[in-house]
Design a protein around this ligand. Structure first.
Ligand SMILES: [Mn+2]
Length: 416
């Protein structure tokens, strides 16, 4: 993304703050894995959304006085010895070029700058990005700073930036949608590689290797999230990460994968028979999911309550399953439909967006339409998951470039 994107994101954020507010966001730190080994660093997504900076231990601090806001980014200082081991650190100029933030300081000055700002008497509120998922999670930098402020400056009000950040991330800008389209092309290449390599006897890890190789050849060294790739009965584990199973003749392959391009992630699922030809029962079930998915892409448009989207899909899918004689009553549908799937995608695969309860679909939203059918009695489970962009008048299926229909899948696999 260009620095203008991040600048615009920050301006919107600062506009939401009242005068006398300080906002602080952190890129985070890599957790330790074992011994002296750390997990690869992965910068906080909202921090990247606001700054474009993906370096460990970076801090954004903004202070709003009246209608003007001044911001500074704090970075790790140059350290030739450490950089020899772990790579070059960003220079001031590089950080400014990426983020559009002119004021760059070193991390050791952060607390001093914050103390000075509060000492000036102009600051009343500190905004932090509190995004803890569970109570058990240890305090990250935001919670630690909140504790420091509460002890040292009890008169400073502490507020949460989450709601505003989520609101902003809900609506994608043109450059995000462009990046999403690129990610879709790379994902398509990965899925096509798996489809064309597919044959009975192939191991799940071989499918995964095909996918990873196709992505790596296109500069995507790790997917947007851990790939789900399974065969046969392993398809009945929704989040399956073992990759050790083997496809038997007549098995369906399930994938739930997504590339990441310029920090934008997509999320696409396809199911296909490993031997390239749908049998009668696979065809019957696949047509139900395919029809439901197409129905959703026909009706999705701005102005719909988001909480109803999953329900509409579930009901339509039920009607299909009823038609083929699998279900009689709607109450029975849970036997075959195990999940909804209208989650938003973007900087995260389960994107941090406004609460679904009161969300109304609007242009610029991108969310998954995920139709899964799991029939254990027949040994067939798969999902058809696409990425829906809400447009001014309707919607667009961004992942339609990856074969979806039985005809398209069989045609691709017929060329093996
Ligand atoms: Mn998915």
């Amino acid at each position: 993304m260009k620095k203008e994107f991040h600048k615009e994101n920050r301006e919107t954020l600062y506009n939401s703050l009242e005068s006398g507010s300080i906002a602080v966001m952190f890129s985070g730190r890599a957790p330790r894995k074992t011994s002296d080994e750390y997990y690869p660093f992965f910068a906080n997504r909202s921090f990247v959304y606001m700054t474009g900076i993906e370096q460990e231990n970076s801090i954004l601090m903004a202070f709003k006085d009246g209608t003007t806001t001044e911001d500074t980014v704090f970075l790790l200082p140059p350290d030739l010895l450490k950089e020899r081991w772990t790579g070059r650190r960003l220079t001031d100029t590089e950080a400014s070029d990426i983020s559009g933030i002119e004021s760059v300081k070193y991390i050791e000055n952060f607390k001093v700058s914050l103390d000075q700002l509060i000492g000036s008497g102009l600051a009343e509120t500190l905004y932090l990005d509190f995004d803890r998922l569970t109570e058990e999670e240890p305090d990250n930098d935001s919670y630690q700073l909140a504790n420091y402020i509460k002890t040292r400056y009890p008169f400073i009000k502490i507020k949460n930036l989450q709601i505003q950040i989520r609101k902003q991330r809900t609506i994608k800008k043109a450059c995000e949608i462009e990046a999403m389209r690129k990610a879709e092309q790379i994902t398509q290449a990965g899925i096509l590689a798996m489809m064309t390599a597919s044959k009975p006897g192939m191991y799940e890890y071989e499918y995964k290797a095909e996918f990873d190789y196709a992505l790596a050849k296109r500069g995507v060294l790790s997917p947007g999230f851990p790939s789900i790739i399974s065969a046969g009965n392993n398809n009945f584990c929704i989040h399956y990460y073992s990759y050790k199973g083997q496809a038997k003749d007549g098995d369906m392959i399930l994938n739930d994968v997504g590339a990441c391009y310029d920090n934008i992630i997509n999320d696409v699922s396809r199911g296909w028979p490993c031997n390239g030809k749908f049998n009668d029962k696979q065809r019957l079930l696949y047509e139900c999911a395919y029809d439901t998915s197409n129905y959703m892409f026909n009706i999705l448009k701005p102005g719909l309550p988001m909480k109803e989207v999953d329900q509409i899909a579930r009901k339509h899918n039920f009607e299909q399953l009823k038609e083929i004689g699998l279900c009689r009553k709607y109450e029975e549908v849970g036997k075959y439909i195990w999940h909804g799937g209208a989650h938003h995608v973007g900087y995260d695969v389960h994107d941090r967006v406004s609460p679904m309860e009161d969300m109304i679909t609007a242009p610029g939203m991108v969310f998954c339409v995920d139709i899964g059918i799991y029939c254990e009695d027949w040994g067939i489970g798969f999902r058809l998951e696409d990425n829906c962009l809400i447009t001014e008048n309707g919607c667009e299926n961004l992942s339609a470039i990856t074969p979806r229909s039985i005809e398209e899948i069989e045609a691709v696999m017929g060329k093996r």
